[in-house]
Design a protein around this ligand. Structure first.
Ligand code: SF4
Length: 262
């Protein structure tokens, strides 16, 4: 079961008073305590701050209510800090959506850094900000993420071109790996995805001033439900061994399926 808490419901916009215009605030879809499910810190108890709003529209997005149909409460940075502080955790994951599209995220990250938290930022790698981040968990989107009309959850393919134009920015990826401890985390369905990411990693290596070791490149099986994950992960594990990259589990899916706040 997901860890539950007495924390308020962040979908309830109406329960909060509107922050003053000069108060830094963010659209927050949910704020909860759980285990980090993916990547180098998999298994680490962490507070998750999930912002709403994304500049992409992956068809398989597992946080639909931050991208395709964004919902949120508006929380001031002070309110977010107070709730994070209510949990007994020293790791915070700022995720989305795409958290770096919001100007106020810089204030939040400064304040979390000042308070001594280890902060992971989950980003799609299309936005760079000069902010304190302990682990940049960068998840570039491959061609298979495009919401073509056949795969679009809204059935019209309206976002396909915009998504394709925005989904990769090698210069921004290079700046991220230069600035932060980074993991490049890819959602993979088949070998075509691995060939594509292999080529992208080569381009990032050519553009960056720092090495990008294979162990910082993580393959994650596509699947936001236990059933789907069970169908894809074995093949992705084999591909990780074949190409020399790292396989990452999705512990939250294995443990809690697609339950919210996990
Ligand atoms: S980048 Fe992430 S949050 Fe945005 S649509 Fe893709 S999977 Fe969803």
């Amino acid at each position: 079961m997901p860890v539950t808490s007495d924390a308020p419901d962040h979908d309830a916009e109406a329960t909060r008073s509107k922050p003053a215009d000069d108060e830094p605030a963010l659209p927050v879809n949910e704020l909860f305590y759980s285990l980090q499910g993916e990547g180098k810190l998999a298994g680490t108890p962490s507070v998750f701050v999930r912002t709403s709003g994304c500049n992409l529209r992956c068809w398989f997005c597992d946080s639909y209510h931050t991208s395709w149909e964004p919902t949120h409460a508006t929380m001031t940075v002070d309110e977010i800090l107070a709730e994070v502080d209510g949990y007994d955790a020293d790791h915070v994951v700022v995720t989305g959506g795409e958290p770096l599209v919001h100007d106020a995220v810089a204030v939040l990250l400064d304040r979390l850094d000042d308070a001594g938290y280890h902060v992971t930022v989950e980003t799609n790698g299309t936005v760079h900000r000069d902010v304190p981040i302990d682990l940049a968990s960068v998840s570039p989107k491959l061609a298979s993420s495009t919401p073509t009309a056949e795969r679009d959850p809204k059935d019209d393919g309206e976002w396909a071109d915009r998504h394709d134009d925005r989904r990769l920015d090698v210069d921004t990826l290079a700046r991220l790996v230069e600035a932060y401890e980074t993991q490049l985390k890819f959602v993979v369905s088949d070998e075509g995805d691995v060939r594509e990411l292999d080529e992208l990693v080569s381009r990032v290596r050519a553009a960056a001033d720092v090495p990008v070791p294979d162990q910082d490149v993580l393959l994650m099986a596509e699947g936001a439900t236990r059933e789907r994950l069970a169908a894809t992960r074995e093949r992705v594990a084999e591909l990780a061994m074949e190409y020399g990259y790292r396989f990452t589990p999705r512990l939250h899916v294995t443990l809690w399926n697609d339950a919210p706040e996990t």
